[in-house]
Design a protein around this ligand. Structure first.
Ligand code: FES
Ligand code: FES
Length: 160
């Protein structure tokens, strides 16, 4: 079965035997984008979070057939070293990662949150960022989420 979708802004077509294959495995194994991680495989930990049409999605539990015609963004498409997304910049400034494994998922979940709530309160963060970090970097993450909101605000003001 052919599935057509955009990945990080580029039109992509894949031929896949099982249309129920999780998007995570298409992204990692067929497209070679290894930034999105496998944790629990049960939509519980958030390590596999990416965006589908700007919504945070747990890709281990999202069948590729549902991506038809959609825009998929992974951590590789969020920003790069020259033009980091405010979330990536804040994560660097606050030196958030420890082992780093869970971090792409957290950053994607945070970017989607800031899209909806540009200046989230601690309660908004607690309610929406429910990924799991085995290294318990939650304190630095919270600081980085607030910092990312600040950076976004500054960028918006500078760009008029
Ligand atoms: S691997 Fe998808 S939520 Fe844990
Ligand atoms: S930084 Fe190690 S699991 Fe989160």
């Amino acid at each position: 079965m052919k599935i057509n979708f955009n990945i990080n802004g580029t039109a992509t077509s894949i031929d896949i035997a099982d249309a129920n294959t999780p998007l995570l495995w298409v992204v990692r194994d067929l497209l070679g984008l290894k930034g999105t991680k496998f944790g629990c495989g049960k939509a519980a930990c958030g390590a596999c979070t990416l965006h589908v049409d700007r919504e945070a999605v747990r890709s281990c539990s999202y069948a590729i057939k549902f991506a038809e015609g959609k825009e998929v963004t992974t951590i590789e498409g969020l920003g790069d070293e020259k033009n980091p997304h405010p979330v990536q910049q804040a994560w660097i400034e606050e030196i958030v990662p420890q082992c780093g494994y869970c971090q792409p998922g957290f950053m994607m979940a945070t970017a989607a949150l800031l899209d909806k709530i540009p200046n989230p309160s601690d309660t908004d963060i607690d309610k929406n960022i429910i990924n799991v970090c085995r290294c318990a970097t939650y304190y630095r993450m919270r600081k980085a989420i607030h910092r990312a909101a600040e950076i976004s605000q500054i960028n918006t003001e500078e760009n008029g």
